[in-house]
Write a protein that binds this ligand. Structure first.
Ligand SMILES: [Fe+2]
Length: 584
């Protein structure tokens, strides 16, 4: 008899998702935002995502054995609640709540999960319900899915879970051991998020924009050390300035921010609009440098010995999506291999909670080697979507898709690429992507004009054949998920200029053929035509929109943009309205 575990995330009111394990196999996983077309799906529960997972696997609701959630009750005897109460003395309602009613949030979430289960046809009284501490779920999503057999250092950095914000531990023989946790409001994710808000972006969304802006600035012009009291092993965030709540918050039109008016007095007005200028680019550089410095020093202090012993590190939590930090981690001599959970944000905790309870039952989850875990659609589905679409698209079924699309790309056209199963996690990796030829001059700006309208400081990234990565980059390290940046070798900077960032790096996906053969074949064709087995790859969506899920979503997006080509499985849709295009 198989063991069926359904993981459900969404306790923190953003990025709800579902994941389904049948024994050791992760059969399906998806974020709710994709189905309901609402980025981050704030305040929602993952009904559609969970239903998709069950339907895809052909599992009847009654067959689910365990429901795992990445949020657990925290004991009054834990340091977490006392730390929180002490540090939030200036907001007494919160402080007292942590002590007297510290699991209210958990109970509310459990009730919402039970109601979701009933909607799905799962009887909450008949399944085992397993709450897993938030940071243990993050830790499991990295360590248990890394495939590492050796003793492994584990790091978790996010905004906050129940109370914990930062986790250092290790895994050995499948068991996770805590070494040290830090608790709210002492949060590195919270600190970075507060400055993200100050720089005019949304917290939990704009952090990677700050990271992208950083290389344009100079981190030596400003000293941000007053934001955090850090002695190399412990830290306290200065809540007079950042990660503030209640009366300490800066407010604009009735909206409160996670920084204080004192921050404005010090650094000047909050950034507005798309302009990236001094001093804001310097602030971005300074917060990025501070974040890197603190995480690397804490890693040395708490995990240094384990890293010297085996060199293996597993990293998760929103902070693990900071690809610049990850570049510095893998540059360390003692770090032999870093596994970053591709869905390191809270969506990935559905997988992590499920993998954690599997291990408890003696089942070792398989290594997570790809993210193609979402819905897929047939040619017939794509044709039906075209037939029913209001724009009455002109389409045709084509053969030799990689060959034909490569030709269109080489002519300098961006192509909307909709193939196979949708990705799990924030990165498009060749399932729902907009692709371009990285040596075609101006293709990045063409994508910006036709659809993305991205800020100029945000780089486009490359996907490449696995064998090309060691030639293109100065470091040789597995990069299946675009979770690291690498320094690009000089010769390659000239060969693929459209995917090299301001600072000479690229955030890369090095693809193994077995995980996405069609995307691989496309890049082989690109290699034949241009000499470079590389494509420019960005996610298939408009700015501010969740990544595309279905053929209808793809058509809506396509007709809401100036893109000329959309390939869905073998169905090529071409627009003829703007200019003469050659249909291959
Ligand atoms: Fe988290």
């Amino acid at each position: 008899m198989s063991t069926i575990v359904l993981g459900i995330s969404g306790a923190l009111n953003h990025d709800p998702s579902a994941a389904l394990y049948v024994d050791e196999k992760l059969v399906a996983a998806a974020e709710e935002e994709r189905f309901i077309r609402d980025k981050h799906a704030k305040g929602k529960m993952p009904f559609n995502a969970a239903k998709f997972c069950l339907d895809f696997a052909g599992i009847k609701p009654a067959a689910v054995d365990v429901v795992a959630v990445p949020f657990a009750p925290i004991s009054i005897f834990s340091k977490a609640r006392w730390h929180f109460a002490k540090r939030y003395w200036y907001a007494p309602d919160r402080a007292l709540d942590a002590l007297l009613n510290g699991n209210r949030r958990y109970r509310r979430y459990r009730d919402r999960v039970f109601s979701l289960l009933r909607d799905l046809g799962i009887d909450p009284d008949k399944v085992e319900f397993e709450p897993v501490e938030h940071h243990l779920a993050h830790a499991s999503s990295a360590y248990h899915l890394s495939g590492f057999k050796e003793k492994t250092a584990i790091m978790g950095v996010d905004g906050k879970g129940e109370y914990a914000t930062t986790f250092f531990g290790y895994g050995e023989n499948g068991k996770i051991h805590k070494i040290k946790e830090f608790y709210d409001p002492d949060s590195l994710g919270g600190l970075y998020g507060a400055i993200t808000e100050y720089l005019g972006f949304e917290m939990l969304d704009g952090e990677y924009k700050v990271m992208g802006m950083a290389p344009y600035g100079d981190s030596s012009k400003h000293d941000f050390s007053r934001l955090i009291n850090f002695d190399g092993k412990n830290f306290q965030v200065n809540t007079q300035l950042v990660n503030t709540v209640g009366l300490r918050r800066y407010k604009e039109d009735g909206v409160g921010f996670y920084f204080s008016p004192k921050l404005i007095d010090w650094l000047g007005p909050k950034r507005d609009g798309d302009v990236a200028d001094e001093p804001y680019i310097d602030y971005a550089a300074t917060i990025q440098a501070l974040f890197e410095e603190v995480v690397l020093k804490l890693m040395d202090y708490y995990l240094g010995d384990i890293l010297k012993e085996t060199g293996k590190l597993a990293f998760s939590g929103g902070g693990a999506l900071n690809v610049k930090l990850n570049q510095k981690i893998i540059a360390r001599d003692e770090v032999k291999e870093l596994y970053v959970q591709p869905a390191s944000g809270d969506a990935g905790t559905a997988v992590g909670a499920a993998s954690y309870v599997l291990m408890k039952r003696g089942i070792t989850p398989e290594k997570m080697e790809h993210v193609y875990l979402g819905p897929k659609f047939s040619n017939e589905d794509c044709i039906n979507a075209c037939e029913q679409h209001l724009e009455k698209p002109s389409y045709e079924l084509i053969e030799s898709v990689p060959q034909k699309i490569a030709k269109i790309l080489v002519e300098g056209n961006p192509v909307a690429w909709f193939q196979g199963r949708m990705e799990f996690g924030p990165r498009a990796l060749g399932g729902r992507s907009i692709i371009g030829c990285p040596s075609a001059p101006g293709v990045a700006s063409r994508i910006n004009e036709q659809i993305k309208f991205r800020e100029r400081w945000r780089p486009f990234c490359p996907s490449m054949l696995d064998r090309v990565a060691p030639e293109m980059f100065k470091n040789d390290h597995p990069a299946p998920f675009m979770t690291f940046t690498f320094e690009v070798n000089e010769a390659w900077k000239a060969r693929v200029p459209e995917v090299v960032h301001e600072d000479g790096t690229a955030r890369a996906q090095a693809l193994k053929k077995e995980f996405n053969p069609r995307y691989y074949e496309l890049m082989e064709e690109m290699e034949k035509l241009t000499g470079n087995g590389v494509v420019l790859n960005t996610s298939l969506n408009r700015r501010g929109e969740a990544m595309i899920c279905s053929p209808t979503d793809a058509l809506n997006m396509f007709f809401g943009s100036d893109l000329q080509y959309l390939i869905m499985e073998d169905v090529l849709v071409v627009k003829h309205n703007n200019r003469e295009v050659n249909c291959p």
